[in-house]
Design a protein around this ligand. Structure first.
Ligand code: C2G
Length: 156
């Protein structure tokens, strides 16, 4: 790694990649010259009790394809951050501010920043919207409506 470059690093799942992820990664890149992104493996997401729609290989490739990203690495555990910071001579570790305070311990190794999240968008929100469109979900709603209609008819 070119010692003259200011290395910045961040980590995430990046499921159903959206503008909130891109905003964060571009803000992180603007803090240095070389952006490393740790993408959570499917196994690590299981540890985070986080269900993803897109598998690790595809999430990794999507992040790797971004102009602002210089290197992607697998994120396999919580503890790897300080190892990565030393290994890659990282100057700045950053996350969205929903993680405010969670990684302050890394201050002993590098600068720690928490950047404002992009409001109104999240992988969870997207999944919930997809749920509404899901035919089995619609079927359940239809059955519930039929039940309500039959109850109402009894009182007419
Ligand atoms: N993010 C954001 N704005 C959003 C959604 C996400 O700025 N609307 C940021 C998050 O704060 C995080 C990054 O995008 O810094 C990736 O978000 P997730 O994929 O949800 O990452 P998460 O599951 O929180 O995993 O060790 C850290 C964990 O791997 C973080």
């Amino acid at each position: 790694m070119d010692k003259s470059k200011k290395i910045v690093i961040t980590y995430g799942t990046f499921d159903l990649f959206h503008i909130g992820h891109l905003n964060l990664l571009e803000k992180m890149k603007n803090l240095g010259d070389y952006l490393i992104v740790g993408v959570s493996t499917d196994e690590f997401n299981a540890q985070k009790s986080k269900k993803t729609i897109i598998n690790f290989e595809d999430r990794l490739r999507i992040v790797q394809g971004l102009k602002c990203v210089d290197l992607v690495i697998p994120e396999t555990c919580w503890e790897q951050k300080q190892v990565d910071i030393k290994k890659y001579n990282v100057s700045v570790f950053g996350m969205g501010n929903d993680w405010e305070g969670h990684f302050d311990n890394l201050n002993q190794f590098c600068k720690v920043v928490y950047l404002p999240r992009t409001e109104g968008i999240s992988s969870t929100k997207i999944k919930q919207s997809l749920n509404i469109l899901d035919k089995t979900h619609v079927e359940k709603l239809k059955n519930a409506l039929d039940t309500i209609s039959s109850i109402v008819e009894r009182f007419d």
